[in-house]
Design a protein around this ligand. Structure first.
Ligand SMILES: [Zn+2]
Length: 267
């Protein structure tokens, strides 16, 4: 059992939002101590240099179903309450039910197989951090569609946008947001030419709809490395870079991830 002082965490942001991220630090906890959020264990990750010793954890906050207050604890000590903020995400109603937009059975089967393949990839990550310091935006183009926007049909959410769309053309390079290992570089039905980079400890970034690949599966990439050109492959209407950030089993708002992670890792 950790000492009472081990239970006092420092965390950022003070009130995370649904779809956002939370970085926590128990300065006097020991390496073996277990961090829990709402009773579930959160894997630990290295503490940023400015936070010093102790135990740290990084987690995504689900956009759906997260209660208004989360309980954070270390090694069974009394949990502390963290308020969760609701964020307004843009909603765009659809005229046609997406379930009725024809996808032939062969393509549907392909989509399901690819979804399973990608889910399997996200389930295993390097056991040590491969990232180095802060993450960067993968392109300089402005945002064309934010994370979390929802398409609704008859008042029900038909799909949620789990990435950030950045403007670009087929001459624009997509840059790796940080150092890591390429675990997927392949043409998919929905995502088109897609790259997934594993940054270690369950942190992944993905780059979709590319027109070219400059890396292949297994390659180690550096932060800022040119990994492919922006494009319009897959199920899209025009060229853009769909960039997604995933922490273990959750896609999170890439902009919030950058804000929180980079603030914490700033010198
Ligand atoms: Zn997108």
């Amino acid at each position: 059992m950790a000492s009472a002082s081990a239970a006092v965490p420092v965390f950022f942001p003070k009130s995370p939002s649904r779809g956002g991220v939370l970085y926590v630090h128990f300065p006097s906890a020991a390496e073996k101590d277990v961090v829990t959020l709402n009773g579930s264990q959160v894997p630990t990750i290295p503490c940023p240099p400015k936070w010093g010793k102790g135990v740290c954890a990084l987690t995504g906050i689900a956009i759906d179903g997260t209660p208004d207050t989360m309980e954070l604890a270390v090694d069974g000590t009394k949990p502390i309450a963290i308020p969760v903020r609701s964020k307004k995400y843009p909603v765009s109603p659809l005229k046609v039910d997406p379930a009725h937009v024809d996808v032939n059975p062969e393509d549907k089967k392909r989509m399901e197989e690819e979804r399973a393949e990608v889910t399997t990839l996200y389930a295993s990550s390097a056991i040590n951090p491969l990232w180095k310091g802060k993450f960067i935006l993968p392109g300089k183009g402005g945002t064309t569609s934010p994370f979390g926007s929802q398409r609704t049909f008859n008042g029900k959410v038909a799909s949620t946008h789990y990435g950030l769309d950045l403007r670009g053309t087929e001459k624009t390079w997509a840059l790796s947001s940080n150092a890591g290992r390429v675990v997927l570089a392949k043409e998919l039905f929905n995502g088109g030419n897609m790259i997934i980079v594993d940054h270690g400890l369950g942190i992944f970034t993905s780059y979709s709809h590319l027109s070219s690949f400059a890396v292949k599966r297994g390659d180690l990439v550096e932060k800022g490395q040119r990994i492919g050109h922006v494009g319009s492959t897959g199920r899209v209407t025009g060229p853009h870079l769909h960039w997604a950030v995933r922490i273990r089993d959750l896609f999170v708002d890439p902009k919030e991830f950058l804000e929180v992670f980079n603030r914490v890792w700033a010198g």
